[in-house]
Design a protein around this ligand. Structure first.
Ligand code: SAH
Ligand code: SF4
Ligand code: F3S
Length: 485
């Protein structure tokens, strides 16, 4: 379908060839070998075998899942959207908050029962949760029916691990602590033909004191700009008009490259790519957002009018304990500079409630930031204790009831404000990229504005992937009903 990759491993169909040592050739070799194994299994089953990748967590994980799907399609598995019907189920996991882990354990129990009924079934687990040794111990002990476990650093080796599983018949577990390696040019199977995520960096060096990501995703590494440009050129040649550049802190892109370059400079290079219409990116860490970036965004015709700028807390005292390295005033000043340069920008954020030691006064500071900035939308999270992070052993963990009360108050404030901000666009005509048929009413299509808001309007499937001019007729809180002009 939407394969981005044109790389072909040139092997003269002789399995006695020595295994290539260099990447990605080695993985293309294993994809062929997996295909040979799969052909035998398919014959035994008497029907094509299917896979389903289920993604938990962030857009980085979603992009990784597309890479897994790309490898499996190339091996010859067919994609099956319903997990219950698939022969090979892969969970790409997240561990940023404890409830993400609980969901995985809950669903694994169900998968185990399905496996008893389907002799061809395989289960693989990968992603951030697998980087935690306690998790892998628990899986070994309580979920021995899992076939394949790997982590975030060796995901590029999926084909090789799959072959090991197929040929040994035993559970394969391979987790690396860290890596400095980036393997390019593996196959990818995109979810949408017209838009795509593009990794520009991996890992994180910020060590916010509550956050587990730096431990499970390793140190920050930027991709070579030439590889990024080449990937986007291929994507646009294949019909992509919108890219989302992905990294935990895109504003520090390029610092560790052999020839350092800034994120703003990278954006300017990407802007030149013909056929590309829209550029998005996430996530921006406020401490590294430069005036150069604000200027480049303001001058750009392709960069979308949206910035996701996680504040986490409005209290300078809590921000310091979080190791965020900005103050409330610094953040508000940054927002002021952004809004001065781009009055029509949409700002969204992430906020954590109940960080250890958070008092009512600290919480009031957060509400104050929310009221001052007036976010288009905000993701609000209850603080979740992650073992191994500095915050997990801080004193004064906030009682659950207090946190729940604050969370409710914050949510109401955030929702009231975003409904007002959203209503401010009513009556305007905007360019929309149509993404899908409406989930509930197939006489409508759903499209996205430059500022990331969604609008539903009458239309049919022929509009998907195309731009339309749409009048925003009626605000419904977080989205619009509209009509084509
Ligand atoms: N790199 C991004 C965030 C990635 S995690 C950034 O720095 O902005 C996405 C969001 O999850 C974070 O912004 C934070 O709000 C939330 N989060 C991370 N760890 C958390 C924890 N331990 N408890 C609750 N929320 C958390
Ligand atoms: Fe986590 Fe902070 Fe890194 Fe974001 S910047 S991933 S919150 S450590
Ligand atoms: Fe979760 Fe890993 Fe993303 S922990 S939020 S999937 S980087």
């Amino acid at each position: 379908m939407n394969s981005d990759n044109k790389f072909v491993y040139d092997r003269t169909n002789d399995i006695s060839d020595p295994v290539p040592a260099s990447e990605p050739e080695r993985q293309y070799y294993f994809m062929e070998r997996a295909a040979e194994n799969l052909a035998k299994l398919t014959e035994e089953a008497g029907r094509p075998l299917t896979f389903c990748v289920t993604t938990f967590g962030c857009q980085m994980n979603a992009r990784d899942s597309e890479k897994l799907a790309g490898i499996l399609e190339r091996v010859g598995y067919r994609e099956e959207p319903e997990e219950e019907k698939a022969d090979f189920v892969i969970y790409n996991t997240c561990t940023v908050r404890e409830n993400a882990n609980q969901r995985v354990y809950g669903r694994l129990g169900q998968l185990g029962r399905m496996k008893k009924r389907n002799p061809h079934m395989m289960i693989a687990l990968c992603g951030c949760m697998m980087q935690e040794p306690e998790v892998v111990e628990k899986l070994k002990k309580s979920y021995p029916f899992v076939d394949l476990i790997f982590g975030t650093h060796n995901i590029y080796k999926f084909a090789e691990l799959l072959v090991t599983r197929m040929e040994s018949g035993r559970t394969v577990i391979d987790i690396w602590k860290d890596t400095d390696k980036i393997v390019e040019d593996l196959p990818v199977e995109r979810k949408y033909p017209f838009k795509s995520g593009v990794n520009i960096m991996f890992g994180c060096n910020n060590f916010c004191s509550y956050c587990i990501v730096p431990y499970v995703r390793g140190r920050e590494r930027s991709r070579d700009p030439k590889a990024i440009i080449r990937e986007i050129e291929r994507l646009t040649a294949d019909g992509v008009v919108e890219v989302m550049l992905l990294g935990q802190n895109v504003n520090s892109y390029g610092k560790t490259l052999e020839h350092p370059m800034t994120f703003a400079q990278l954006l300017q290079e990407i802007e030149k790519i013909d056929g590309l219409e829209r550029i998005r990116f996430m996530t921006s860490h406020p401490k590294d957002l430069s005036d150069e970036l604000i200027r480049v965004m303001a001058e750009s015709k392709k960069i979308c009018r949206h910035l996701h700028l996680p504040v986490q807390s409005g209290s300078t005292r809590i921000l310091e304990k979080m190791n965020r390295r900005y103050t409330k005033e610094g953040y508000l000043d940054l927002v002021r500079r952004i809004k001065n340069a781009m009055p029509d920008i949409s700002l969204t954020t992430d906020i954590i409630v109940g960080f250890p030691g958070e008092t009512e006064e600290d919480f009031q500071e957060t509400l104050d930031v929310v009221r001052t900035v007036r976010y288009d939308s905000a993701f609000t999270f209850i603080y979740s204790k992650r073992t191994g992070t500095p915050a997990a052993v801080m004193e004064d963990q906030v009682p659950e009831e207090t946190v729940k009360d604050r969370f409710g108050r914050l949510l109401k404030e955030v929702q009231d404000i975003s409904a007002e901000v959203c209503a401010g666009h009513q009556g305007t005509v905007q360019t929309v990229l149509v993404e899908s048929l409406n989930d509930h009413d197939s006489s409508l299509v759903t499209g996205r504005l430059s500022n990331n808001l969604l609008v539903h309007f009458p239309g049919d499937a022929s509009l998907i992937g195309k731009f339309s001019e749409v009048r925003l007729d009626e605000c419904r809180g977080f989205y619009f009903l509209g009509s084509r002009v």
